[in-house]
Design a protein around this ligand. Structure first.
Ligand SMILES: Cc1cc2nc3c(=O)[nH]c(=O)nc-3n(C[C@H](O)[C@H](O)[C@H](O)COP(=O)(O)OP(=O)(O)OC[C@H]3O[C@@H](n4cnc5c(N)ncnc54)[C@H](O)[C@@H]3O)c2cc1C
Length: 491
């Protein structure tokens, strides 16, 4: 049985010797630092614990993995439609309790893309990358390694490709090849969860051309490899109070600016090296796999929104009002549509020659795009239903002070005077979900996380069979012949 406990992860994280900077200081042990506790819960404790929790374990345990063992679903590589459906359900289940945990499969998603693309690359070129990726994935599954995804380069002038930049280090690149491995330099931005990771999985962020060959590189590296520096950000802005911040006190995703200052990577960990023609395929396959999980996460988060909307409507005494019901129905419509796209993307997935399943890219990207549009509508609807006390309710210390408490109970009640404290708790939950620094984080995450909306539009356009749609037009132009046999033809 390959399942690891949260404690095993924490022990391993303590053994790392990572160069993490936080507010100008180097941190000795990130596992003890309060700023990163929410990240280590959502992308650590909860993620690992969910495989043991009786309510979630049936969805979280998958198998067999490459070692023939049961594995946690977020370490499992999908090779069937059912695997993809399980992945979607797992993201939703994790997100219902800790929304950002739904995204924690990102390193696995990169490895799945590498398994698929290196299989084709080896067949085309006679290279030996696929077995290296498989060997790494076996270890990743056996040791249940916590990984973070280093995909997005810092990119400098966005209008220029990697080799065209004034400074060659604005995209990560190979600066030296030795007999044992490669040396890489550059920086990846927005590396979610790296403060609590053991390994970084590095892939190219975009398609490349021949003169970008040194930038077409992929590998896995321990986060404490010499030359790696992680400059961390976390918002945990005093929100460790479960009263003021019932979700974000345990759910966050710290990112790092991840700097590679001549980092050595041995060849057995290198999965792409100069084959620029395959860089775009790695990035796009990763995006299709990763964005499917987004749909599960968004569904879980929206179910929280729906529950909060219904509960505050009851506590405010407006649950029977027509426009409130209509708004809650709109939230339900949104959640169900996103879920349906996730299921459809799984059912209409395809099995690659490598034996791994890729969700339908058009359905996945359409779903991800609707997640973005829907998030802002859902936030507005939830705030509209809840009322202004979401942001104006006094803080916990005042609410609980002896001389103020009776005033709170008299003036901040809703429909039922016995439920004043329940009402305040739900208002604080809604503040956290829709009007806090945490919710501001989601506003950016839902737009840019897993790639910008423009990338989704491009993928939908590229992957749709427009020829088939044009043939429908040709047929429509033939008038009644489109549906009737031509005059004189045998029936
Ligand atoms: C909360 C969060 C978590 C993230 N987690 C991770 C992670 O774990 N790992 C990881 O690798 N990345 C992660 N990302 C990065 C994410 O994939 C990027 O933010 C996204 O790809 C956009 O890149 P950018 O932020 O550099 O924006 P930019 O590339 O600067 O884009 C800004 C705008 O310019 C447009 N643009 C940029 N270049 C061009 C061009 N050449 N032509 C036309 N339009 C262009 C974009 O479409 C966009 O509208 C995360 C991002 C966020 C916000």
């Amino acid at each position: 049985m390959a399942l690891h406990t949260p404690d095993q992860l924490t022990e391993r994280l303590k053994r790392r010797s990572v160069d993490i900077r936080w507010r100008g200081q180097a941190l000795d042990d990130v596992t003890e630092h309060p700023a990163f506790a929410p990240t280590l819960h959502s992308w650590g404790t909860w993620l690992y614990q969910a495989a043991f929790d009786p309510e979630t374990a049936p969805t979280m345990v998958a198998g067999p993995d490459l070692n023939g063992e049961q594995s946690h679903v977020f370490w499992h590589m999908a090779s069937t439609v059912e695997d993809l459906e399980q992945n979607l359900a797992a993201a939703r289940l994790l997100a219902e309790r800790s929304p950002l945990a739904g995204y924690a499969s990102i390193g696995r998603d990169e490895l799945q893309a590498l398994l698929i693309v290196t299989h084709r690359l080896d067949a085309d070129r006679g290279t030996g990358y696929h077995q290296r990726v498989r060997d790494y994935v076996s270890r990743f599954q056996r040791e249940q390694l916590m990984t973070a995804a280093a995909v997005t380069d810092v990119k400098g002038d966005r209008a220029k490709r990697p080799a065209e930049q004034d400074d060659p280090d604005l995209y990560l690149h190979v600066v030296e090849r030795t007999a044992e491995g490669i040396v890489v330099r550059g920086a990846k931005a927005h590396t979610s969860g790296s403060v609590g990771a053991e390994e970084l999985i590095v892939i190219p962020t975009r398609a490349m051309r021949a003169d970008d060959a040194d930038y077409a590189v992929s590998f896995a590296v321990p986060v404490d490899a010499p030359g790696l520096t992680l400059i961390a950000r976390a918002f945990n802005a005093g929100s460790d109070s479960a009263w003021e911040a019932p979700i974000s006190s345990h759910d966050e995703l710290a990112e790092t600016l991840t700097i590679f200052d001549d980092v050595f990577v041995p060849y057995e960990r290198v999965f792409l090296l100069g084959e620029w023609e395959y860089a775009g395929e790695v990035a796009n396959t990763f995006a299709s796999v990763n964005r499917q999980g987004y749909l599960g996460t968004e569904s879980g988060k929206l179910r929280l929104f729906i529950g909060a909307a219904q509960r505050i409507a009851e506590l405010n005494g407006v649950a029977g009002v027509g426009h409130i019901r209509e708004k809650i129905a709109q939230l339900i419509r949104l959640e169900r549509s996103i879920w349906a796209l996730g299921v459809a993307a799984s059912r209409e997935s395809s099995c690659t020659p490598a034996g791994y399943q890729v969700p339908d890219p058009v359905l996945t990207n359409a779903g991800k795009h609707i997640c973005m549009e829907g998030h802002f509508m859902a936030t507005r609807l939830l705030l509209e239903i809840a009322g202004g006390a979401v942001t104006t309710a006094p803080l916990a210390e005042d609410l609980l002070a002896d001389d103020i408490r009776p005033l709170v109970e008299k003036y901040l009640r809703g429909a039922d005077p016995e439920q004043t404290w329940e009402r305040l708790k739900v208002l604080k939950l809604i503040r956290d979900l829709a009007a806090s620094e945490y919710s501001g984080y989601w506003n950016t995450e839902i737009i840019h996380g897993s790639g910008s909306p423009a990338a989704e539009i491009l993928a939908m356009y590229r992957e749709t069979d427009l020829g088939a749609c044009k043939r429908l037009v040709e047929r429509a132009l033939s008038g009644r012949e489109a549906i009737m046999p031509p005059a004189g033809a045998a029936a």
